[in-house]
Design a binder for this molecule. Structure first.
Ligand SMILES: [Zn+2]
Length: 180
């Protein structure tokens, strides 16, 4: 956890704002204490009708900006190997998942949700790929293929792509990642 701000209760120092990398979901979260009077922070509030803290997903670019701001303020931070790898060389899957999670897709079931979204669009005769490419941004290559199309995708060496495979019979969709 990287502490951004702290606050004090009875001489004890607690994190007030933070960012953290979640190894399960492979996403970054920003958090903030919303009840500084909480028993969790040395106060007396039981936090019955509210949460003592809140967290939300932040993108890697935003995390880097926050770290830059800390650097500018001369504040030290410590990054684990996993955190460095996540910021420095995220996999294509991590990048896609982050973009979708920021749009409200579930971090655990984003792939099924994406396939359902694409499949529903095809079922009513709409092409969802322009919208998907817009959501993912220009640096993520999205390729389309039909179920029985075995033609070769000519990717450059080291190039990666998200492949959307459509089964024309029942409009089911399969999403996978390929790398040359
Ligand atoms: Zn409270």
């Amino acid at each position: 956890m990287i502490i951004i701000e702290t606050f004090q209760v009875y001489g004890e120092t607690y994190p007030y704002e933070w960012i953290r990398f979640d190894e399960e979901t492979r996403l970054w979260y920003m958090g903030r204490v919303t009840c500084t009077g909480s028993v969790a922070y040395g106060g007396t509030c039981q936090c019955i009708s509210h949460d003592p803290e809140e967290e939300w997903i932040v993108g890697r670019e935003e995390v880097k900006q926050i770290l830059q701001d800390l650097l500018d303020k001369g504040q030290a931070f410590d990054l684990s190997e996993e955190e460095i790898e996540s910021l420095n060389s995220p996999s294509l899957e991590d990048k896609v998942m982050e973009k979708l999670a920021l749009r409200g897709f579930s971090p655990e079931h984003w792939k099924e949700e994406l396939e359902d979204w694409l499949s529903s669009s095809y079922k009513i005769g709409l092409n969802p790929l322009p919208a998907l490419r817009k959501v993912l941004g220009g640096d993520i290559l999205v390729l389309f293929k039909h179920q029985d199309d075995y033609s070769f995708f000519s990717l450059e060496e080291g190039e990666e792509a998200l492949v959307v495979t459509l089964d024309s019979d029942d409009c089911t969709v399969d999403v996978e990642f390929i790398e040359e």
